[in-house]
Design a binder for this molecule. Sequence first.
Ligand code: ATP
Ligand code: MG
Length: 444
Amino acid sequence: RIELPRTVERILELLRGSGYSSQVVGGCVRDSLLGECPCDWDVATSATPQQVRALFAPLCRVVSTGERHGTVTLILDGEQVEVTTYRIDGSYSDGRRPDGVRFTSRLCEDLARRDFTVNAMAYSPREGLCDPFGGQEDLQRRVLRCVGEPDRRFGEDALRLLRALRQSAQHGFSVERETEKSLLRNRSLLLRISPERVARELILLLCGRECGRVLRRYWQVLAVVLPGIEPMVGLDQHNPYHRFDVFEHTVRVLEAVPPEPVLRLCALFHDMGKPECFTIDGQGIGHFRGHPLISERMARASLTALHLPRRTVEEVSALVRHHDRKLPPERAALLRALHELGETAVRRLLVFRRADWTGQGTWPERLVEVDRAQALLEDLLKEGACYRERDLALSSRELMALGVPEGPYLGVLRGRLLDAVIEGRAENEREALLSEARRLIEQE
Ligand code: ATP
Ligand code: MG
């Protein structure tokens, strides 16, 4: 028995009371059977979108989301539930979406168009579980298996390739043999998929709890959309600080940062520039001079091509560029970093440094240094330490009162005062700043 939210139960009852068949279907059934909490509940019904609309319009807000594809969104008791008419997808000529959809009154036909057996189950309190493709058994064994013939299903909609990797990472599923072979064989189909859809799946995959395992096993699939991955695989770093090749190191860093999109993306890209600048010196030691800048360029290009929001592109690129920056547990160094990069980025950089060193598999004592830097950062922020010009305890007006004319020099002077405070040469206190300002003006 699956426990349904009250709202969803009401929707099923209302549909049923009007003579339509209806069930919850797809991800919410899978998650409930896994004992996980579904993030959204999808209802499938024999009622057409017009019939759903007519039935619910007097009771709640009805939003037409994709009516052509059969979907109507109900907003009931503050919750959103998508109600979709049973449908059969027509032929797929572009490998992305059906040329047309046809509504049907049979649940079984609707389940047959779904991607994996574990996603092709329906449930209603009255009829129980409908599972025509053995989804429950696959779920118990944690196996992803295509509904029907894998080559055909991946050929219809190549996004399913990434959905397989993503759901495998999210839920810890392995991929059934035939599905897996087909997945690898058909990987180039991914080139047909729109950047937005790829980006969404990629981020969910990277944030999935078993993303490391999935990346190690299926990197060739991702390399279709991110070609920078391939040269990293197997590239021995010839460096005593690194126990692993560049790709294995990357995966370890990914696993060690918290599952947040910016940090995980940064991990994926942070060393991608290494293959481009790899050299071995006379002692047989590997060097990667300037690799953060090359990696940044690759991250920026890839993420822009995936149409990720500008802000995400900038945040990830900045982290990649600075990922090797020294952040010792010293006041001036941290204040300088705060000034240049801002609080959020410095916090992320420290989290990243810890993961990067963890991923190298050497030098545990360096982690202690990160801990100390993190503690010091918190102290600095708590005490409201000055790291921006606007934190200075001396206003522009007070500087002008010393005879400094309005104009660029005023800005230069404020910058120098901030330097003095950051470096500990002056207290951030009015009298101290005034005398430092006089000294600087005299020097001019
Ligand atoms: P989650 O919501 O946890 O990300 P989900 O499986 O619910 O996972 P949705 O994108 O919400 O994924 O899709 C709902 C259901 O629609 C799926 O469970 C599956 O049955 C079906 N589905 C979604 N995308 C596809 C697709 N590309 N091909 C075939 N069926 C799909
Ligand atoms: Mg869902």
